[in-house]
Design a protein around this ligand. Structure first.
Ligand code: DGL
Length: 269
């Protein structure tokens, strides 16, 4: 029998939220894996980086933005940000009645499969939350983990600095302090850091991993009957900063042209 509610769900959008441009790396894969879905992206660029903020602030901003997204006819919310996933997931889950996907669980699953000396690169707020240690050591107490924060990476992406030499310099700067730790594999525990994946690999000569594909796969598997098909997808972007600047940087990251961006400055209090 035809289920009207199901049809309604299929017409809804997938929403992705990040402090800024980092979640676009998730959106890029969502588009490939789920090509018929409408996607709404929200970047709180004016308040990025979240990684230097307190948990209280991150929860407050996340609740506000998630409420707005929830008012836009969405079927799921993806937290395209480790910092928001680490600090605000529980509060968001409590206050919203929609499916929310965070990025820490698929990351933890992936890290647990690697029995190596892992260097987790993440923001200060994510490291401070100790969420990776708690979730990983619960299953494997012997896992050798080290944590490093690279805040400059977030600033460079947010400013749209694409000059290869400057990006390489930033990577060398952080690697200098990390080298002595004899890391075997680097895990990117911040979506902004994905922008540096290839440069990090080239300079460190190490294996660099992230969990974007696993996160997207989880969303796909859970959508099931809510998935859209035969739909020509529409993509809408919101930023709390300047839309021209957002367009320039987002188009470069997504390798897309003519994206539709709206400014949502009134969400700031
Ligand atoms: N992209 C975010 C993450 O994955 C955080 C960047 C920021 O500090 O705002 O943690």
């Amino acid at each position: 029998m035809w289920d009207k509610n199901l049809k309604f769900q299929k017409n809804k959008s997938i929403a992705i939220f990040d402090s800024g441009f980092g979640g676009l790396f998730i959106m890029k894969e969502i588009i490939k894996v789920l090509p018929h879905e409408d996607v709404i992206y929200f970047g709180d660029n004016i308040r990025a980086p979240y990684g230097d903020r307190s948990e209280k602030e991150i929860i407050k901003h996340s609740l506000r933005i998630a409420d707005f997204l929830n008012s836009l006819n969405i079927k799921v919310l993806i937290l395209g940000c480790n910092t928001i996933s680490a600090c605000a997931y529980k509060s968001l889950k409590k206050s919203l009645k929609i499916d929310i996907f965070e990025i820490i669980s698929p990351s933890v699953k992936k890290i647990l499969k690697l029995n190596r000396k892992i260097g987790i690169l993440a923001t200060k707020a994510t490291i401070f939350s100790k969420i990776y240690q708690r979730k990983i050591l619960k299953y494997n107490k012997k896992m050798d983990l080290s944590f490093f924060s690279c805040p400059l990476f977030v600033s460079l992406v947010e400013k749209g600095v694409f000059d290869e030499k400057i990006l390489e310099e930033a990577v060398r700067y952080y690697l200098k302090n990390i080298e002595s730790k004899k890391i075997e594999i680097f895990f990117l525990g911040c979506t902004h850091y994905i922008f540096f994946k290839e440069i990090l690999k080239k300079i460190s000569n190490k294996k660099i991993i992230d969990s974007v594909l696993e996160c997207v796969e989880e969303v796909k598997n859970n959508l099931k009957e809510k998935a859209s098909f035969l739909n020509i997808p529409k993509y809408m972007f919101y930023t709390t900063k300047d839309k021209k600047e957002f367009k320039r940087i987002a188009e470069k990251i997504l390798q897309m042209e003519d994206i539709n961006v709206r400014e949502k400055k009134n969400i700031i209090n």
